[in-house]
Design a protein around this ligand. Structure first.
Ligand code: CA
Length: 250
């Protein structure tokens, strides 16, 4: 699997509150994750790496290449809880951080399967045979309006309240898990990103870049595209391409 990760502060923000992690296991399995922190000047900076590390450690402690669907799902659920607890506990310990939280989208790839967990509006996309499909469903106010048919996708793109998310990691003692699984094919690409990419760039634009570029060039080009769209937010992307063997970049 060829994997590339990149984070960029963007053109406007004074800090980068996004975090990504890429962890490879013996045998070609890997864990990819992206977090988008929030909660004031300090809180977001702190929440996203705490969640990323707690999640990664929890998965690493229990990962087995031979684990089946049920076990993989359970490991991700428990990792989400561990990440949630870690952020929440930090805010209890340091009350000035109270209310900080983070999104997370994490994918465990093992064999020909991918298992994903997510909270918030960071996304997982699958790019297969030239088609880009969003696999995660945003936990956001706008997604709720879309689900109820109250706005169109076009209206959603420019809605003034599109930054409001309805589920966050770390702000309460428990978090509701959202887990999915995918069967992978050779040549499939997985794209994880924060809303710093999916906000300014349409799915069509993202698909066009993926179709025209290798993984490294695609990630660089997508970051540039998000900046060309204003760069109002931190931009974070992890992209992976399914092939035989492991090949790491960045
Ligand atoms: Ca963001």
């Amino acid at each position: 699997m060829k994997i590339v990760g990149k984070t960029d502060i963007g053109l406007v923000r004074r800090s980068n509150q996004d975090t990504f992690r890429i962890k490879t296991f013996n045998g070609g399995s890997c864990l990819l994750l992206v977090c988008d922190g929030m909660g004031g000047a300090r809180g977001g900076d702190i929440a996203s790496p705490i969640a990323a590390d707690a999640f990664s450690e929890a998965v690493t402690a229990r990962f087995r290449p031979e684990m089946g669907d049920g076990e993989a799902v359970l490991v991700l659920k428990d990792a989400l809880e561990a990440a949630n607890r870690a952020v929440y506990q930090k805010a209890l310990d340091e009350p000035e951080l109270m209310g900080m939280g983070t999104t997370i989208v994490a994918v465990l790839v093992t064999g020909q399967k991918a298992y994903a967990a997510h909270v918030g509006d960071s996304r997982l996309y699958l790019f297969r045979d030239g088609d880009l499909s969003q696999q995660t469903k945003d936990h956001s106010y706008i997604q709720d309006l879309l689900d109820r048919g109250e706005i169109t996708p076009q209206e959603a793109r420019i809605h003034p309240r599109k930054h409001i998310i309805t589920r966050v990691l770390g702000v309460a003692p428990m978090v509701e898990p959202d887990i999915l699984s995918l069967d992978l094919l050779a040549g499939d690409r997985l794209l994880l990103c924060t809303d710093g990419l999916s906000g300014p760039c349409t799915d069509e634009e993202i698909a066009g870049v993926l179709a025209a570029n290798g993984v490294q060039e695609a990630v660089d080009t997508l970051v540039d595209l998000a900046k060309a769209g204003g760069g109002y937010d931190n931009i974070t992307i992890v992209a992976a391409e399914c092939e035989s063997g492991i090949h790491m970049e960045d």
